[in-house]
Design a binder for this molecule. Structure first.
Ligand SMILES: C[S@@+](CC[C@H](N)C(=O)[O-])C[C@H]1O[C@@H](n2cnc3c(N)ncnc32)[C@H](O)[C@@H]1O
Ligand code: SF4
Ligand code: SF4
Length: 427
């Protein structure tokens, strides 16, 4: 199985610095053990490459990106000017009023790491005393400035029993109605110290069931920010909620390290070139190994599994890097006893009319066109559908059916896809 190669990625994670004010025990940054470095690639080189390659979604991460706020600020302004949507992964401890105003004014969203609602446990995880208060103050400041934000709690044995309490804390004390809870995956070159903290499959499943509880009982939105093997789920609810996320590394996204190394994923260590000597395009081209799915390269138990093509073995970094005794694949759960709940597209009537959104951007791909909507999300259409959208800025379902000689069901599917991607609107 081979994924299509896009001309460039649609989103990028950019690690601005290796340095951090915390030293979280779970942190995936493999270079953390190599000490801290003070130099990074010139931010102008990366910014230029991002703009030239029509990348419209950039997540700034690290290390701690707020440590280099004053240095990166002019380049953020250049990216915003070029229409790039920026988000920042941060522990928020260093957030100031000046930064908050800048983020608010530029529609920059934050993903804030908070390991636990119990200060002592939180500080044990970050290894910094006072980090709980610092991060919570950052969250409050971001809320006061109405910055769009969500919180990510990375879970190990140390905080696994506080998932529900942390959700309640966010809800009751900080006024948030969503939580991301993500299993700590083993850092590449992780030490045996991490292995002692890693969740077992049973503990991991309890965390997922806590998330379902939080969703139902506290009416909060829940998510988990990594890719889990389908057989790791022991209920239909957790399967449907937490196994639909897929790995986009090397397919639609890549990561740029602080030194300019281009990687398929921020958590990987393999470099496909450095932006000081190669273009982003060249590095992207050479990531072909991430686009070819060879089932034989998946873990042994996946080879004969019926779900292998939808699941792909979970997160590829996890599956080659996991701790043998803490494997998240469950052979006794194969064949996977759950089915994905595909929603049927809405049925439109033939006279229903649609407007093509006027500020869409389109870029040529080998197989059609990549569209970019106002949220800077990408979607894909054939050349002929693109021509149709240009020729008929307002059209009915019947127009679409007649033009492409397609059935009502096929037209509904196309219309639903375009509506979901905010490429057209129903009028
Ligand atoms: C490496 S951090 C860098 C940004 C910032 N310092 C922070 O902590 O949010 C980027 C994201 O990865 C998450 N993360 C770190 N180590 C992880 C691990 N081993 N497994 C899963 N997520 C992890 C963090 O919680 C954060 O959301
Ligand atoms: S705050 Fe972020 S970068 Fe720093 S150690 Fe923790 S997870 Fe890693
Ligand atoms: S055996 Fe492998 S492919 Fe099958 S569900 Fe488990 S992780 Fe996925």
């Amino acid at each position: 199985m081979r994924f299509r190669k896009l001309r460039s990625p649609t989103s990028v994670q950019w690690e601005l610095t290796p340095n951090c004010n915390y030293q979280c025990i779970h942190c995936y940054n493999h270079w953390r053990t190599c000490g801290t470095a003070s130099t990074h690639i010139h931010y102008g080189i990366v910014t230029k490459q991002l703009i030239q390659n029509h990348i419209f979604k950039v997540t700034l991460t690290g290390g701690e990106p707020l440590l280099v706020f004053s240095e990166i600020k002019p380049y953020i302004e250049q990216m915003i000017q070029a229409g790039i949507r920026i988000s920042i992964n941060t522990n928020a401890a260093l957030l100031t009023q000046e930064m908050a105003e800048f983020f608010k004014n530029n529609n920059i969203s934050l993903l804030i790491s908070l390991p636990c609602c119990i200060p002592e446990i939180n500080d044990k995880i970050t290894t910094v005393k006072g980090s709980f208060e610092a991060t919570v103050s950052g969250i409050k400041l971001a809320r006061k400035n109405q910055i769009p934000l969500s919180v990510n709690m990375v879970v190990t044995k140390l905080n696994k029993d506080y998932v529900r309490d942390t959700a309640l804390f966010l809800h009751d004390e900080l006024g948030l109605n969503a939580i991301n809870v993500t299993k700590a995956s083993r850092p590449i070159h992780g030490s045996s110290q991490f292995d002692d903290y890693a969740l077992t499959l049973t503990e991991f499943r309890k965390v997922l069931s806590d998330l379902i509880f939080i969703k139902k009982e506290y009416s909060m939105f829940v998510d988990s920010l990594t890719v889990y093997p389908e057989c790791s789920c022991e209920s239909l609810e957790t399967f449907q909620e937490f196994t639909q996320r897929k790995c986009f590394a090397g397919k639609t996204s890549l990561a740029i390290g602080y030194n300019g190394d281009v990687k398929a994923c921020a958590r990987d260590s393999k470099s496909y070139g450095n932006l000081s000597t190669k273009s982003l395009q060249e590095c992207w081209e050479s990531m072909e190994d991430w686009r070819i799915i060879d089932i034989q390269k998946l873990p042994q138990e996946c080879h004969t599994c019926d779900s292998c093509y939808s699941c792909l073995g979970g997160c590829p970094i996890d599956s080659c890097n996991e701790i043998p005794t803490k494997c998240y694949r469950d052979k006794s759960n194969i064949p996977v006893p759950y089915e994905t709940n595909f929603e049927k597209p809405f049925e439109y009537s033939s006279q229903d009319t649609f407007d093509v959104i006027h500020d869409l951007l389109f870029f040529e791909e080998d197989f059609g066109m990549r569209g970019v909507n106002s949220l800077k999300d990408s979607f894909f259409v054939t050349h002929s559908l693109h021509s149709f959208m240009i020729k008929y800025p307002t059209f009915s379902k019947e127009d679409l059916m007649n033009f492409f000689e397609i059935s009502s069901e096929d037209a509904d599917e196309t219309l639903s896809y375009l509506i979901e991607n905010q490429a057209i609107k129903f009028i």
